[in-house]
Write a protein that binds this ligand. Structure first.
Ligand code: CAA
Ligand code: FAD
Length: 379
């Protein structure tokens, strides 16, 4: 067992850490307050290769491993989870899906600009009545010969307005249930495609989350990903890797809050000494430090399994479950350690606490991760 990071992995981590401090930190409070998408910062992340981290260089990507991806996601998420969710969705749900399962045509046309960060992608599975119960797709894609006719509504779509390439899951043949579901590449400019209003959210407020409406959108046949009926399996396979990204996001939110709490505990004095010298504070820090290390090991193990071609569905679900619960607990404690100063925006921890909550919900709620894990355990 080798716990040593390579030179390249250390370099990626440092680059992400520097970017987070110099480019994401200034303005993060304001973007949260005004729900402002970090467009400039995402453009720069694209130029640096963070939007197609694991994509092969022949398709415009950085050709890095999943471990480097976890390290970068942790560093970016320590500071700005609204920016890091863009990185996660583009890398794991969109680029990975296209590189692994797309045709040569789809890779050339769609993957290359996505991997280079020239375009942003979105992944559209959830619907008003199909969230956890993802097989209950109501969006339909009727086979019209040379194209599919797409109708329906998707909900809660990350990058909903800023994306230009959307992977949309839809029901082609309801009689076949989940075996009649397909995944399609939809362009924003296609006639009949409308972006709905932006959601006004508790956390990750800089991320643009929208519903999307499709009304008789003609999707060319060559935009279907994989064989007919592959769409649900496609979504599940892609989410296995997506959950590593969100686990690393949760880890970053937790470690960002923890670092702020340690620093504050050393500076703030009560009863004549730094609060770090009160055992109640020390024990909080000991608990969260331990849980963060455990979350980090789960994230890295899931990434290692992926990098080494081994099954990782169970480990990515475990990493996401544990890291997101850790993020919630840690951020609540970080606010507590800051006292009243934690309750105001300028000290960052209240935002991290609001941001932590989403990691227990998207890409499969904590309850859904337990379903995935228990099915694997009982196989
Ligand atoms: N790999 C391959 N196939 C898989 C699979 C996997 N990991 N998981 C399930 N499948 C297959 C099953 O084998 C089955 O196919 P067969 O009948 O051919 O065997 C089919 O999928 C249906 O599986 P289940 O019977 O297990 O389906 P289910 O209805 O019980 O649901 C579920 C399974 C795990 C709960 C699934 O519905 C699920 O993951 N729900 C959560 C949805 C989710 O994570 N949404 C995230 C949206 S994206 C997002 O949120 C992005 C963001 O915020 C940033
Ligand atoms: P429901 O499925 O209605 O669940 C409600 C509650 O019931 C939850 O606590 C859930 O855990 C519990 N529950 C449901 N079924 C079970 C069960 N069988 N056993 C035990 N408990 C259960 N989706 C996308 O497709 N693409 C995106 O880019 C995207 N981005 C998102 C961004 C944000 C900010 C948000 C809020 C959501 C996003 N989602 C996205 C949707 C997200 O994946 C869903 O919200 C999530 O999967 C839960 O679905 P739901 O909201 O319909 O909740």
């Amino acid at each position: 067992m080798d716990f040593q990071l390579t030179e390249e992995q250390l370099m990626i981590r440092q680059a992400a850490r520097d970017f987070a401090q110099t480019e994401l930190k200034p303005g993060v409070i304001e973007r949260d307050e005004h729900q402002k998408f970090p467009a400039e910062q995402i453009k720069k992340l694209g130029e640096l290769g963070f939007l197609g981290m694991m994509v092969a260089p022949q398709y415009g990507g950085s050709g890095l491993d999943a471990i480097s991806y976890v390290l970068a996601m942790e560093e970016l998420s320590k500071v700005d989870a609204s920016a890091s969710v863009v990185v996660s969705v583009n890398n794991s749900l969109v680029c990975y899906g296209l590189e692994k399962y797309g045709s040569d045509y789809q890779k050339e046309k769609y993957l290359v600009p996505l991997a280079k960060g020239e375009h942003i992608g979105a992944f559209c599975l959830s619907e008003p009545e199909a969230g956890s119960d993802a097989t209950s797709q109501r969006t339909t894609a009727i086979d019209m010969g040379d194209h599919y006719l797409l109708n329906g509504t998707k909900n809660w779509i990350t990058n909903g307005n800023s994306a230009s390439t959307y992977i949309v899951i839809a029901q082609t043949d309801a009689a076949k249930k989940h075996h009649g579901i397909n995944a399609f590449i939809v362009e924003k400019e296609m006639a009949g495609f409308t972006v709905g209003p932006k959601e006004n959210k508790m956390g990750i407020r800089g991320s643009d989350t929208h519903s999307l409406m499709f009304s008789d959108v003609k999707v060319p046949k060559e935009n279907r990903i994989g064989a007919d009926g592959f769409g649900f399996k496609f979504a599940m396979k892609v989410l296995e890797g997506g959950r590593i990204g969100i686990a690393a996001q949760a880890l970053g939110i937790a470690s960002g809050a923890y670092e702020l709490a340690v620093q504050y505990a050393k500076e703030r004095k009560s009863f004549g000494k730094p609060i770090a010298e009160h055992q109640a504070i020390q024990f909080k820090l000991a608990d969260i430090a331990t849980e963060i290390e455990a979350a980090r090991l789960l994230c890295l193990q899931a990434a290692w399994l992926k990098d080494n071609g081994q099954p990782y569905a169970k480990m990515s679900a475990m990493a996401k479950l544990f890291a997101s619960e850790t993020a919630m607990k840690t951020t609540v404690e970080a606010v507590q350690i800051h006292g009243g100063y934690g309750y105001v925006k300028e000290n960052h921890v209240e935002r991290l606490m609001r941001d932590a909550k989403i990691t227990q919900i998207y890409e499969g709620t904590s309850e859904i991760q337990k379903i995935v894990i228990s099915r694997e355990v009982l196989k």
